[in-house]
Ligand binder design. Sequence first.
Ligand code: GRF
Length: 232
Amino acid sequence: MYSFNLAVLISGSGSNLQAIIDAVENGIIKTAKVALVVSSREGVFGLERAKKHSIPATVINNKSTAKLLGELKKHKIDGIVLAGYLSILPPNVVKAFENKIINVHPALLPMFGGKGFYGLKVHEAVLASGVKYSGATVHMVDCGVDTGAVLIRGVVCVLDDDTAESLQKRVLEVEHKIIVHAVRALSGGYIADYINKPPVLRSTSDKEGIHNYADGLKKLSEALVSADSEGI
Ligand code: GRF
């Protein structure tokens, strides 16, 4: 039976919210249910999704900390998912739910994360950098921006003809998968396993390519660490 009440915080379309709702309804998530949806914006499609599934939903701007804490208490919330939530959670909310808040970020953290990396900007930065792989990360939320412990990543190939929009679309599909795994781990009581050894989902069959890429990164970081700081 459901034991874990989730609040899902959104700012837009709520496709990650939908992935969680579907996984609960299909029995893929057995230990949690969505008990509350909070949007930072009026009129977004995510609110319609909540309504369709008879889930209590409300709009709260991120400055109304007391209102947010009040709603979380009223709905007996055990954990929070930030799913496309474009506001920064106030520190006292983060502290009240320490180690119980997760966020989905559309890149492979710790790269392409932090202040200013949101929405299409993330994918534009990924393309401009020339990296061959991108993906999504679910991480624990602390008081920083995208700095909490990584829980799970999903990898996609960056294609030669990718635009920020096409990459965003493929990354979003991966987000929908990893967020479900992370919710299961959080509500099922095995999140510590994810923190100790974050799993990686791979939507690409290019195992050798990923291996070579990771090997190249390792060599680069070794070279950087041992570089002569007087050299330039
Ligand atoms: C997703 O890429 C999420 O990672 C980002 O906002 C996007 C919107 O997601 N933070 P959703 O459809 O509202 O769940």
